[in-house]
Design a binder for this molecule. Structure first.
Ligand SMILES: [Zn+2]
Length: 392
């Protein structure tokens, strides 16, 4: 089932197909966790379905059954990869499950979209379809990681598309793609999900569970329910009920992307992030300028989230200074029993300092994993120092 906020994009694609305006390539752009991957899979399934209906793929034809296994002979996915992964053929594969599990690489090794992978795409698209559908489909996941060389390697396939093939490109932003690629594809730009829709998704208990991939035919005796239970036990975030407060915080920390927010809620990192904010304000209120508690809480947070938390907090302080109501600033609103007081305290930080800090954090965020940053810790120390000078 397609998430409700993705349905309009799907319908746009179906309308184009049914009017005979079949695109040969579509770029789907949006931040991670908006559901671009799921949308790409649904478009691919519809495109390859032998008996597509008005509302979507039929679900029962040979092609649709192959989708249930997440393995289709006329669909391959290109992933970013390291040299080692590419030599193991993990860069271009029939296995679509990576699109759903959304495993973001955490290792130090840098993954890129390789020139060789692009060549494999062209070869694959030149083969005849196997399952007898409309043609063949390739999904390029992480197109923003494409080098100029890689883009050039795929350009010819873009310029002279076969009428039976479809290329779906997933990217975080359109700006990261070469103009030559951009100009030859139709685009689906995923907009922000309305707050109400995002919250109702996160607060629905049926959605509050980890993703478990079970192929229809890999039956090892254990049931889906058992597998789900096992996955659930590895989600510390489920030990605390997921309520409105947690959902708002998670959305604030994931650029409002519901699927990324859900992952955060399951991991429980939203709680750890709020612990940092609560500790920070407590430190200032108690004039405990050793700040051991804040730094401890900060270290318990995954590195990329440390930066994001402070960027978001700074943004909220600036908004508060610009007279935005505290009720609309989740990090401050849920930081303790007296959010107005928290806001009053934090707003004593100077604007020019806040802008500068935000710039630095953004610079670091753009360049993972090259900078193993201590910046958030340095920032906390500087703030505590500023407050202690202020109050003495
Ligand atoms: Zn079908």
């Amino acid at each position: 089932m397609l998430h409700p906020w993705l349905v309009p994009y799907f319908q746009q694609f179906v309308a184009a197909l049914s009017q005979g305006r079949q695109p040969s390539s579509v770029i789907i752009s949006g931040v991670e966790g908006l559901g671009g991957n799921e949308l790409a899979l649904e478009l691919a399934q519809y495109y390859l379905c032998h008996d597509p209906k008005e509302h979507g793929p039929c679900g029962v034809c040979r092609s649709c059954v192959a989708f249930k296994r997440l393995m289709h002979q006329d669909l391959k996915v290109a992933y970013t990869s390291t040299a080692e992964e590419a030599s193991g053929e993990q860069d271009f594969t029939y296995d679509c499950s990576g699109l759903i599990t959304r495993s973001t690489p955490t290792g130090a090794s840098r993954r890129t979209m390789r020139i060789d992978t692009m060549r494999k795409i062209t070869e694959f698209l030149n083969e005849a379809p196997v399952l007898g559908g409309r043609g063949k489909v390739v999904i390029i996941a992480g197109a923003e990681a494409m080098s100029e060389g890689a883009a050039n390697a795929i350009l010819k396939t873009f310029e002279e598309p076969s009428p039976n093939n479809l290329i779906l490109m997933l990217t975080k932003s359109l700006e990261s793609l070469l103009p030559t690629i951009l100009s030859r594809a139709s685009k689906l730009v995923l907009r922000d999900v309305p707050m109400e829709q995002a919250l109702s998704y996160l607060l629905d208990p049926r959605n509050q569970r980890p993703i478990v991939i079970r192929r229809v035919d890999d039956y090892d005796g254990s049931s889906y329910d058992e597998a789900l239970e096992q996955a659930r036990s590895k989600c510390p975030g489920l030990n605390t009920p997921i309520n409105q407060a947690r959902a708002e915080v998670a959305l604030a920390l994931t650029s409002g992307a519901p699927l990324a927010a859900m992952q955060m809620l399951l991991d429980g990192t939203d709680l750890k992030a709020m612990e940092v904010v609560t500790q920070l304000i407590g430190t200032i209120v108690r004039r405990d300028f050793m700040a051991g508690g804040v730094l401890e809480a900060l270290k318990a947070l995954p590195k990329p989230l440390q930066g994001r938390l402070f960027s978001e907090l700074i943004l909220e302080i600036l908004k508060y200074k610009a007279f935005v109501d505290v009720g609309q600033l989740p990090l401050i609103k849920y930081s303790g029993s007296n959010p107005e007081q928290s806001a009053q305290i934090l707003m004593r930080l100077q604007c020019d300092h806040l802008f500068e800090a935000m710039d630095k954090l953004r610079f670091i965020e753009d360049r993972p994993p090259l900078i193993p940053s201590r910046a958030p810790q340095a920032l906390v120390r500087a703030w505590i120092k500023a407050f202690s000078a202020d109050m003495s």
